[in-house]
Ligand binder design. Structure first.
Ligand code: FMN
Length: 162
């Protein structure tokens, strides 16, 4: 039986909604990435401060993880898209926990303009086998149940193929 972990960061709940649903569906463990200091504003300021973090390739300090990624065979990794790439908390994660010889499934949540965010995300897990990729737009704002259903079908297929 392959051990499965769902790792994610979410600032406003979209990625969390999908991550929690996948973990529940698969009976997998779940690990949220929580920066010690996250963005304060959910207003327009988030684009300014979040954008700056992306541009400066900031690696925000994360709260200690409860789960050890190295203990798992299959890792689902989820991020919101920030300025056409993965969120800074994921950069911290990849630096501290380089992914090697894992089966990884990647999902991104965005607002309609991800550009090549998935390719940039995938480049971080070079030494792993990517078993699935999914991008979801406006998860909580437009038919969240539909998006969840699609994500669960996708997640099931990923583990069946793993
Ligand atoms: C700093 C920042 C930058 C963003 N940049 C993009 C972007 O380049 N393209 C896009 O489609 N959405 C962008 N968004 C929107 C988020 O990707 C989208 O709202 C996502 O669902 C948020 O996920 P979350 O609720 O898990 O944080 C950005 C949001 C923030 C806060």
């Amino acid at each position: 039986m392959l051990k499965t972990l769902v790792v994610y960061y979410s600032f406003e709940g979209n990625t969390r909604y999908i991550a929690e649903a996948i973990a529940k569906e698969l009976g997998a463990d779940i690990q949220e990435l929580k920066p010690v200091k996250d963005l304060k504003s959910k207003g327009f300021g988030k684009y300014v401060w979040g954008g700056r973090q992306v541009m400066t390739k900031k690696e925000p300090v994360l709260q200690p993880l409860e789960k050890r990624p190295e203990d798992y065979d299959v890792i689902f990794i989820g991020t919101p898209v920030w300025v056409y790439t993965f969120a800074p908390a994921l950069r911290s994660f990849f630096v501290k926990y380089p992914m090697k010889r894992k089966k990884v499934a990647l999902f991104i949540c965005h607002g309609g303009g991800p550009k090549d965010a998935m390719a940039k995300f995938e480049a971080q897990v070079g030494e792993c086998t990517v078993i699935g990729k999914l991008d979801l737009m406006n998860v909580l704002d437009e038919e969240p149940e539909q998006k969840k259903k699609a994500a669960l079908e996708w997640a099931r297929k990923c583990v069946d193929a793993a």
